[in-house]
Design a protein around this ligand. Structure first.
Ligand code: GDR
Length: 337
């Protein structure tokens, strides 16, 4: 039986990965940060809460991790812990750097001290491409980060390569494009929209505020992406791979399809920050632009070429944009009593 240690077990990917590894017969330890009210609803929803061993862990504390890895002897460590919200990183750049960049050094140091044979997965991000240098983005596309978050992720990405080349540690990075699911946090745009549309449909809410609706993202289904993470860890040599769908859509399209799914036809009126969406049937406003949600630095377009993952790992996404939107809205409709 293999043993895996997942940092960031309370997040969307942590929960799906735990479930996936449990199904593969792994012993799974899940690291979570101490808070007054720990948040295990995702593991609970996937029916995995009682099969994962939860370990209080802080990736800012190297000693804490050295003790954990010495005690639980993982074969594989998946580093999914991060301050993962791009918008927050503009307000908390130091904290973001500490957790999302320096935190990676601490996890890698703990591995180097305890057992350099432990395999390491780093959650890298398409945000590193930022102001994109070519489209679609490939593993070889130069990076141009546009936020403190993206800079921090770039640090973790390169550090993983440095530990691989300098200390012979099996360190791989998954450059994951946006990946969503019904377990996505409400602060991210997809879940914010699916939740609000479901509430509007059920008469619990009248409208919602949104930021830049013309941003384009390559959105896939998180459950499929965790399989890609595992595949990256099973190769003869460690490498970096893009996981994406090779399709890009605007936030606007996401909103339109979410409403369409609940049989509401919307029309956009006005321009810029005065643009709104109305329900064509009632004429009522259902979406308003709010400058509060604009970012000081925006990533306009992401589109990932996953052909390396397809060729070398045999990985390919099945769930495409429309189905993803529908799955998320459906789950939120069910959540509303
Ligand atoms: P992103 O995801 O920044 O791409 O990073 P997010 O869903 O937050 O934003 C996507 C795009 O939507 C625009 N947007 C809004 N975003 C939010 N959150 N709220 C709004 O109201 C809103 N209105 C418009 C944003 O400006 C942006 O262009 C995600 C995170 O999961 C990262 O951790 C991960 O690394 C990358 O995906 C891949």
């Amino acid at each position: 039986m293999k043993t895996a240690f997942i940092t960031g077990i309370t997040g969307q990917d942590g929960a799906y990965l735990a479930k996936y590894l449990l199904e593969k017969g792994y012993k799974v330890y899940g690291g979570f940060r101490r808070t007054s009210t720990p948040n295990f609803w995702r593991l609970e929803e996937l029916n995995a809460l009682h099969d994962v061993e939860l370990i209080e862990l802080d990736i800012l504390d190297t000693g804490n991790m050295v003790r954990a890895f010495s005690k639980y002897l993982p074969d594989e460590v998946y580093n999914l812990a991060a301050q993962s919200f791009v918008a927050v990183s503009f307000e908390k750049p130091v904290l973001t750097g500490d957790i999302t960049a320096i935190g990676v050094t601490k996890v890698l140091e703990a591995i180097r001290i305890c057992n350099p044979k432990i395999k390491f997965y780093q959650a890298s991000s398409s945000e590193m491409f930022g102001k994109v240098m070519e489209t679609p983005q490939k593993e070889t596309t130069p990076f141009y980060p546009k936020s403190p978050y993206a800079v921090a992720k770039l640090y973790g990405h390169w550090l993983t390569i440095v530990y691989r080349e300098s200390f012979d540690i099996y360190g791989c990075s998954g450059i994951l494009f946006n990946h969503e699911s019904p377990l996505r946090g409400i602060e991210f745009v997809t879940r914010k929209v699916s939740d609000a549309v479901a509430r509007i449909k059920k008469g619990k809410q009248k409208f919602f505020d949104i930021g830049n609706i013309d941003a384009k993202r390559d959105w896939g289904f998180a459950e499929e992406y965790v399989r890609g993470m595992w595949l990256m860890m099973q190769q003869d040599t460690a490498d970096d791979y893009i996981l994406a769908t090779n399709e890009t859509h605007t936030v606007r399209e996401f909103i339109e399809h979410a409403f369409r799914y609940v049989d509401m036809d919307i029309a956009w009126i006005g321009h810029g920050i005065n643009e709104t969406a109305i329900d064509k049937k009632t004429g009522k406003t259902v979406v308003k632009i709010n400058p509060k949600f604009f970012r000081p630095g925006e990533v306009d377009l992401l589109l990932g070429d996953y052909s390396k993952a397809k060729e070398k790992l045999g990985w390919e996404p099945m769930v495409r944009f429309n189905k993803l939107v529908e799955m998320m809205v459906e789950a939120d409709l069910k959540r509303i009593k």
